[in-house]
Design a protein around this ligand. Structure first.
Ligand code: BTN
Length: 257
């Protein structure tokens, strides 16, 4: 089976295009289970059951976005999965900036925002075999062509599209999807060649999280602190009011300023 250092050919060559699916996550999982090599990607015109993080629904209307899932087969411990989450955010953020010319930034861990509104969400799902990650599916949803009225009422204040941010000018979804996949492949290879440090440094440059006061709802209490940077595992380092540093590895954060 192909691994990160064994697959031939670029990831773009393994792109599978589908029309309507429930979720590209399931389609990619099916392919991974039947042995599809790393970098195999599934892209659909429409998802009827698109999934977001924390069990939320992901609005994925026909023809308006890039709804894509990529199979990854890294040789990694589960503890390194947060690093890949951040890597995906970096690669997609760079593609949005380059192809769409927008000032996208990353909200920890990997939401992409423009002017405070979300334009892209990333969902990394790990599948385990005998306690170790067998493969990961990186799901990426980018709102490309919607106008304000296309978003459900409750999303308008918090969501945007590339078209809205480009003053009504549509973006070429094919070109953007290709740049996203090539960027992901490039950053992924860099990760295995050079380690996490250069990815973390780029994430910090693209971040709209650092320096902000953050609230984090945990199982027992809500903690707050100012985001100071990433640690070597990809956790977010926060400094609380008492000057103590603590790290979060997963969850949702909220701005407090
Ligand atoms: C988030 O909650 O921010 C993550 C959203 C991820 C959405 C993408 S769209 C392609 C892939 N298929 C899904 O069902 N979800 C992901």
């Amino acid at each position: 089976m192909d691994r990160h250092n064994g697959a031939e050919g670029g990831w773009l060559e393994r792109l599978v295009r589908l029309d309507t699916v429930i979720s590209t996550q399931e389609e990619a999982r099916r392919l991974a289970e039947s042995g599809a090599p790393e970098g195999t990607a599934v892209m659909a015109e429409e998802q009827t059951g698109g999934r977001g993080r924390q069990g939320r629904r992901w609005h994925s209307p026909r023809g308006q976005g890039i709804w894509m899932s990529v199979v990854l087969r890294p040789r990694l411990t589960a503890a390194a999965a947060p690093q890949l989450t951040l890597l995906a955010g970096v690669a997609v953020c760079e593609a949005l900036r380059e192809v769409a010319g927008v000032e996208a930034g990353i909200k920890w861990p990997n939401d992409l925002l423009i002017g405070g509104r979300k334009v892209c969400g990333i969902l990394l799902e790990a599948h385990f075999r005998e306690g170790v990650p067998d493969y990961l599916i990186a799901g990426i949803g980018v709102d490309c062509l919607a106008v304000e009225e296309d978003f459900p009422e409750e999303l308008r204040a918090v969501a945007t599209s590339l078209r809205i941010e480009r003053g009504g000018v549509p973006v070429d979804r094919e070109e953007l999807a290709a740049a996203m996949l090539s960027g992901l492949e490039e950053r992924y290879r860099q990760y295995f060649a050079e380690g996490f440090a250069p990815i973390a440094a780029r994430w910090e440059e693209l971040s709209v999280t650092l320096g902000r006061r953050i609230a984090l709802a945990g199982p027992k209490e809500q903690r707050t602190g100012v985001a100071a940077g990433l640690d070597e595992n990809g956790g977010l380092r926060l400094v609380d009011d008492a000057g103590e540093t603590f790290t979060v590895l997963s969850g949702e954060i909220e701005w407090m300023n």
